[in-house]
Design a protein around this ligand. Structure first.
Ligand SMILES: Cc1cc2nc3c(=O)[nH]c(=O)nc-3n(C[C@H](O)[C@H](O)[C@H](O)COP(=O)(O)OP(=O)(O)OC[C@H]3O[C@@H](n4cnc5c(N)ncnc54)[C@H](O)[C@@H]3O)c2cc1C
Length: 575
């Protein structure tokens, strides 16, 4: 990826075929697709890449067993079609970046023979719908085998289980791999750049966008033949900026996740709690050494802040303690994050839980804006294909087939299973660090390790208890356009998603390294560290969790938490 200043100059002075607004899964997917079809493409993102919904998912690459359940119960062909499409895309996602996505076996506990039959039949249907894209077949497990697979499961009344396969991935890093793949094909992209207005011709057709650089305050125009709106939960805002007469289409639904210590699980099986009192599913998934539990679902207004609260955390803990032999309390929660599902409203669907997670491509005839609405992470590639097809039609260009299917994403070439063992021992890094680098950066880990050759101090850990090292900070700034401490600790190296205490403790080390790379003054560095720590403290306070530390900002005055264009520690949707 280019340095941010250089990218900004190129974007300001150039002309583009496609301008993509939004650097989440949808926008980055569209950008890669368009560039691969030979179209000169630019992407602008108001905050950091992948900083909103796309880094707050359950991290499942799935068709969605719940949607299949809804499809069967209500004979809803739309839900069924969506599950089938997602199962085909699941295969692509697993193959395109094997270091970031892998199969996972989920265990559904059953408390009677009837339940086992019911779930067993449903999951067989899931296998059948996947067809050739099936990962491995679902299985019926006896009570004994169930407890062998998941010893922490509550034993009382347990009859057995059904297991089935889906995919699991690292959403933030998957997004970064899309961004890097796009940049390496000479695509242009810029974070902290918000679209604030549109450029139009005399007939009202869009000829580009006006953006504001959220770091420098500079405003400039970007010329493009067609504009794609890929802003997820913010899509209505952009649609109405292009054409104020368009009615709103989205329903927004918040979901939170918590991270718990994995050691207590005594095993690595993933659990699906098939039914809550409010008719939901809850997942408890091993994820890079922690247990990821989620999610909730509550409709929220477009101007409401999406932050996790104590009630939602209590809800998740209640279910996980009910199914597992645990007594977890809020004090055990290592981290928490919240995201907003951008669901496309359809007539007659009162409840957001029942709204189809399918996508829709809307072309506004007046302005020519193409909006890619709704969808799921799993179907990002198919959404991009449909979105770019529509954009080419708006431009009047001859159709060009998409080339994203089986296109290996950045970091995949040269990666193989057992890759981390090859890294271990080099440059004095530990096994956990080698594993962490391989899981986050794939074959690009070599570039991080080569930084240590010229500066051995970069092998230093960022904080006690975390495998992350200083070289990752340097790489994130030089190669991945990281601009803030949160960009590094959350999206680039993932410490924040796993453990807020560790992220808070790592902030000074990250800040000092970033200061050298970005030329921050001592005062700017101190302020960046204090602001980041205050964000973490506020996130904990809103979630009703114990404070991270008694460091200065925990006790100090409340800081303005919203930097220009920045979104923050799990507090999404600052637009
Ligand atoms: C709780 C939860 C769990 C989920 N779990 C799963 C799962 O397990 N598997 C799955 O497949 N899917 C899952 N999803 C769905 C999936 O995460 C989303 O469908 C997907 O991430 C949406 O991506 P997006 O790019 O459309 O939106 P976003 O990721 O929100 O990206 C939109 C971007 O547009 C930017 N933007 C907004 N306004 C502007 C502007 N004016 N100028 C420039 N940029 C702008 C925003 O800053 C943002 O980064 C889940 C969603 C939630 C909320």
């Amino acid at each position: 990826m280019k340095k941010r200043d250089i990218a900004r100059r190129t974007i300001r002075d150039d002309r583009f075929d496609l301008c993509i607004i939004g650097g989440g899964a949808t926008g980055l997917g569209c950008a890669l697709d368009a560039q691969l079809r030979g179209k000169r493409t630019v992407l602008v993102e108001a905050g950091d890449f992948i900083s909103q919904t796309s880094s707050a998912s359950t991290k499942l690459v799935h068709g969605g067993v719940r949607y299949l359940q809804i499809a069967a119960a209500s004979l809803d062909y739309g839900q069924f079609r969506m599950v089938r499409k997602a199962l085909q895309e699941r295969r692509h996602m697993l193959e395109a970046a094997p270091y970031l996505a892998h199969p996972v076996e989920l265990l559904v506990p059953c408390f009677s023979a009837w339940e086992q039959f019911y779930y067993g039949a449903g999951l067989k249907a899931y296998d059948v719908i996947a067809g050739k894209a099936r990962i491995f077949p679902s299985r019926i497990l006896s009570r004994r085998l169930t407890l062998e697979r998941l010893p922490a499961l509550r034993r009382d009344r347990l009859f057995g289980a059904v297991t089935y396969a889906d995919g699991q991935f690292d959403d933030a890093r998957y997004g970064m791999a899309l961004a890097q793949s796009f940049a390496r094909l000479n695509g242009e992209l810029l974070n902290y750049t918000r679209v604030v207005d549109m450029e139009r011709d005399r007939d009202g057709g869009l000829t580009g966008v006006v953006v504001e650089d959220m770091l420098s305050g500079e405003r400039f125009s970007i010329a493009a033949r067609v504009t794609l709106n890929c802003t997820g939960p913010f899509s209505d805002h952009i649609r109405q900026m292009a054409n104020p007469s368009l009615p709103s289409r989205l329903r927004l639904s918040k979901g939170i996740h918590i991270l718990l210590p994995m050691q207590a699980m005594r095993g690595d099986a993933a659990l699906l709690i098939p039914k809550t009192e409010d008719g939901r599913l809850i997942f408890a998934l091993p994820w890079n050494g922690s247990l990821l539990v989620g999610t909730t679902e509550d409709e929220i207004a477009s101007d409401e802040e999406a932050a996790a609260n104590a009630k939602e955390i209590e809800y998740l803990l209640r279910y996980v303690n009910r199914y597992l032999d645990m007594r977890w309390t809020p004090a055990d929660v290592q981290s928490v994050f919240a995201g907003v599902r951008p669901l496309v409203a359809s007539a007659g669907n009162g409840n957001t839980q029942r709204l189809i997670r399918d996508h829709e491509i809307e072309v506004d005839r007046r302005s020519g804006l193409v909006s890619v609405l709704g969808g799921k992470w799993t179907t990002y590639r198919a959404m991009a294909e449909d979105g770019v097809n529509a954009a080419l039609r708006v431009c009047g260009d001859a159709p060009v087939p998409a080339r994203t299917l089986r296109y290996p994403l950045d970091g995949s070439e040269g990666y193989c299973s057992g890759y981390w063992q090859k890294l271990a021992g080099r440059h004095g890094i530990s096994d956990p660090t080698a594993e962490h680098l391989a899981q986050k950066f794939g074959a690009r880990s070599q570039e991080i390790l080569s930084l240590i050759e010229s500066d051995p101090s970069l092998a230093a850990p960022l904080c006690a208890g975390s495998p992350a090292i200083a070289a990752e900070v340097v790489y994130s700034v030089r190669e991945e356009m990281a601009q803030t401490i949160e960009d590094v600790l959350a999206r680039r190296i993932g410490v924040q998603f796993h453990n807020l205490q560790q992220a808070r403790a790592a902030a000074p080390a990250v800040g000092e390294r970033m200061a050298v790379e970005l030329g921050w003054t001592a005062q700017q560095t101190t302020q960046a560290i204090a602001e980041y720590q205050a964000r973490i403290d506020r996130l904990l306070r809103l979630a009703g969790l114990p404070p991270a530390s008694l460091g200065p900002s925990a006790a100090g005055p409340e800081l303005d938490l919203k930097g220009p264009g920045e979104d923050h520690a799990g507090l999404h949707r600052s637009h």
